[in-house]
Write a protein that binds this ligand. Structure first.
Ligand code: TYM
Length: 328
């Protein structure tokens, strides 16, 4: 089975990235041929400061390695080290239609968020993502729930290519999570998913004091007033986080307290903060250590590029031929 996934370098990884994606990467590398990359081309759609882009790429690389991705087992590379991906995106874009690209939820959201910068890269973002996946003929793509639509589009582009050229060339990839349902890890601000904003996210690099402070400030409600009442969204979010990092007995204990109206949110938050700290501290220590080791990081990236080139070059050669671009 060929497994592939990527993350945009926009800063350090948060618990959403970790539980939605990276934790699965680590498990999958044991029994599959895996490609994990850093999607720096994709991050250009929001025009990051050139001075910080490289720093962000390094952060994701370090977070990958600290979380347990093993360059001996997986191919770990930077997207822009494979210009073949850009060429495949160009070729696939010839069969991607304006209507379907405009209807993509992520495009509509970004167009709303940054009306001054609705660039062509944003519109063709799903095509580039399809190229990432199809360049290595991936079968399974571990991602969080927010990527489901992009995966559906990749499946469409792959099937369309096969149909047009009358050849079962690209496998049809599937989104994947060991826990079956794709995950959405909530943020601390009471609604929505965890993202990179400081008052919503907890990062793998956060120190214990920062984690305690953030969890303490997490939004809750005024408390249950009737036994067995429905749990409000902000409190349910804390339970979801607890389900990710705590023992099941702990979660059960607080859920029962909620149900019989004896819960104290202060206690719930204290326990949640300590469990997050216990979970992330070993990763954080490795992050601090690896960040100092530029020679090693350079070696990982060079080695990953070399390994990833093999299947990328093969795919591009074959796709060119299939589409009728032939050598003289
Ligand atoms: P990105 O960089 O926004 O997120 C990286 C991964 O983290 C997951 N994730 C979450 N999962 C659960 N709960 C959350 N709160 C949460 N926040 C983020 C995302 O689902 C994702 O798996 N377009 C992609 C990057 C990409 C890619 C690809 C992924 C580019 N090419 C090819 C897979 C295959 C993105 O922006 O993810």
């Amino acid at each position: 089975m060929i497994v592939l996934s990527g993350i945009r370098p926009t800063g350090n990884l948060h618990l959403g990235n970790y539980f939605g994606a990276v934790k699965n990467f680590v498990k999958m590398q044991e029994t599959n041929k895996c490609f994990f990359f850093i999607a720096d081309y994709h991050s250009l759609t929001t025009h990051p400061d050139p001075k910080i882009l490289h720093h962000n790429v390094k952060n994701v690389l370090v977070d990958y390695l600290a979380s347990g991705l093993d360059p001996e087992k997986s191919t770990i590379y930077i997207q822009s080290d494979l210009p073949e991906v850009a060429e495949l995106a160009l070729l696939l874009s010839m069969h991607a239609y304006l209507g379907e690209l405009e209807r993509t939820t992520s495009f509509k959201e970004k167009a709303r968020q940054q009306p001054e910068n609705v660039n062509a890269g944003l519109l063709t973002y799903p095509v580039l993502q399809a190229a990432d996946i199809l360049i290595h003929h991936a079968n399974k793509v571990p991602v969080g729930k927010d990527q489901q639509q992009h995966l559906e589009m990749t499946r469409n582009f792959a099937a369309r290519f096969n149909r047009i050229y009358n050849k079962e060339y690209f496998p049809i990839p599937e989104p994947f999570n060991f826990g079956e349902e794709l995950l959405k890890i909530p943020g601390l601000d009471g609604s929505g998913k965890m993202g990179k904003s400081e008052n919503n996210g907890i990062f793998l690099i956060d120190d214990p004091a920062t984690i305690r402070k953030k969890v303490k400030r997490a939004v809750t409600d005024s408390g249950p007033t009737e036994p067995n009442s429905t749990v409000s969204e902000p409190v349910n979010n804390l339970f979801t986080l607890m389900a990710a990092v705590s023992k099941s007995d702990t979660l059960q204990f607080f859920k029962e307290q909620y149900a019989n109206c004896t819960i104290k949110y202060g206690d719930l938050k204290k326990q949640l903060a300590e469990d997050i700290i216990a979970y992330t501290q070993p990763i954080r220590e490795k992050i601090l250590d690896l960040s100092q080791n530029n020679d090693y990081l350079k070696k990982v990236v060079e080695n990953g590029k070399e390994k990833a080139k093999v299947s990328a070059a093969k795919t591009i050669k074959e796709v060119r031929e299939i589409m009728g671009i032939k050598e003289f």
